[in-house]
Design a protein around this ligand. Structure first.
Ligand SMILES: [Zn+2]
Length: 77
């Protein structure tokens, strides 16, 4: 039986992909956000549960600020 190369489960595994549906989603995020995905995973999942909520909020805030900043810069050009 074939399994997904990332999570090593068989669920929803498709022949034409090395990844299952869920892991393809991770791959999609990697393609879109690149290094940021590793940063977020490290910062958010590398903490204990209590710290996670706060960190998630921080990460989201940072992301929103960056996007707002980029939008403002684009408008200036
Ligand atoms: Zn998988």
């Amino acid at each position: 039986m074939f399994s997904c190369v990332l999570c090593e489960k068989n669920e929803e595994y498709l022949f034409f992909s090395k990844f299952c549906a869920k892991c393809r989603k991770i791959k999609h995020h990697l393609n879109l956000s690149g290094e940021r995905v590793y940063e977020v995973l490290d910062n958010v999942l590398g903490r204990n549960l209590e710290g996670q909520d706060n960190k998630i909020k921080e990460e989201l805030k940072k992301e929103i600020e960056e996007k707002t900043y980029n939008l403002r810069n684009k408008e200036k050009k």
